[in-house]
Design a protein around this ligand. Structure first.
Ligand code: SF4
Length: 331
């Protein structure tokens, strides 16, 4: 048994023809845009036909050797305490919010995975201090088989936690400023370093993200909005994944001014979609109010609180959101 992934063929085609001569164009999306998706698809398929089962094939023994590194930890046999049961007993609303938002189901009975949000109100998304990292490393060692992951959402994850250990973990997180219960909510943004740190940037990202967390700080407001992902990039290289944000924000530079182009309707799940740009960019001071107008338009038009932002956008189309951003004169 051997395997060879089409991913390697995609990488080989990109490696052969990607614009490595120009750091502004060294992106696979730029190659696809310039060559056309049909041409790239054909070349990938030709490449894959050549290597399939051939030069890049892995022997089963090698797969087994690598697989051993990903063996499941030595779980305890626990009663299948469900998360709902754990949540029912909670009286503290802040802890309740954290349990509601920051846990993911685990296939092992009695366990969950825990998202440690690095998105406090007013903080730089994804930042943690050295002291906080020490605390989190200790938590991983004590409660999660010494395993800690960094998520692409710019948070940390304890992947295998006993439900019974959640109160102790939460207490430690509270004591160290890491207990924000906002995973997947509007303040849990992905944000690239932008002009504060990145030589390629057109605009700052982090101060805008910080301002947006302040705008939507109230937990009740975040709960009312529900699942909504904002993603911010400081330039078209898109390290902040703005294309696939439910609301995407892209920093552009126009005649020496930093502007922010807003897109709506992107999605990074299995229903992947690129967001629609609805009109001109905004100066930074106007972005929080523009995002509030989008959110208000969604809340006013959703069928019920159970209809998430992205579902409402797909049902309603771009017009109500364009009007919210630019007024009825935009038609
Ligand atoms: S998206 Fe952000 S981090 Fe990426 S290159 Fe542009 S400014 Fe830099």
């Amino acid at each position: 048994m051997s395997t060879c992934s089409p991913i390697s063929s995609i990488l080989r085609v990109y490696n052969l023809y990607g614009r490595r001569d120009n750091k502004y164009k060294a992106r696979i999306k730029i190659l696809v845009h310039e060559e056309g998706i049909d041409s790239i698809r054909r070349q990938v398929e030709e490449e894959f036909a050549q290597v399939k089962g051939g030069v890049l094939a892995l022997l089963q023994a090698e797969l087994d050797r690598i697989g051993a590194y990903f063996a499941a930890p030595a779980y305890e046999r626990l009663n299948a305490t469900t998360l709902d049961t754990a949540r029912e007993k909670v009286l503290n609303p802040t802890y309740g919010r954290w349990l509601e938002r920051n846990l993911n189901a685990h296939r092992q009975p009695g366990y969950v995975s825990v998202t440690i949000s690095l998105k406090p109100v007013g903080g730089a998304p994804g930042d943690a201090t050295d002291a906080q990292m020490d605390v989190v490393a200790d938590l991983a060692e004590r409660y999660s088989f010494d395993e800690l992951r960094v998520s692409h959402e710019q948070n940390l994850v304890l992947p295998h936690v006993r439900i019974a250990d959640l109160p102790a973990i939460y207490e430690t997180l509270v004591a160290n400023g890491l207990a924000e219960g906002n995973a997947g909510q509007i303040t849990d943004m992905i944000c690239c370093p932008g002009l504060d740190f990145c030589a390629l940037a057109n605009a700052r990202s982090i101060p805008l993200a910080q301002e947006l967390t302040r705008t939507f700080a109230a937990p009740e407001r975040q709960a009312e909005i529900g699942d909504l992902k904002i993603k911010i990039s400081g330039c078209i290289n898109a390290c902040g994944h703005h294309h696939v944000g439910h609301i995407g924000i892209l920093g552009v530079e126009k005649k020496g001014t930093e502007l922010y182009q807003i897109s709506v309707g992107g999605d990074a799940t299995e229903q992947a979609a690129i967001g629609d740009i609805l009109g001109h960019g905004f100066v930074v001071e106007d972005v929080p109010a523009a995002i509030e107008r989008l959110v208000d338009a969604y809340i006013a038009r959703r069928q019920s609180p159970a209809e998430p932002f992205i579902a409402a956008y797909r049902r309603l189309g771009r017009e109500p959101f364009k009007e919210a951003l630019y007024g009825s004169s935009s038609h």
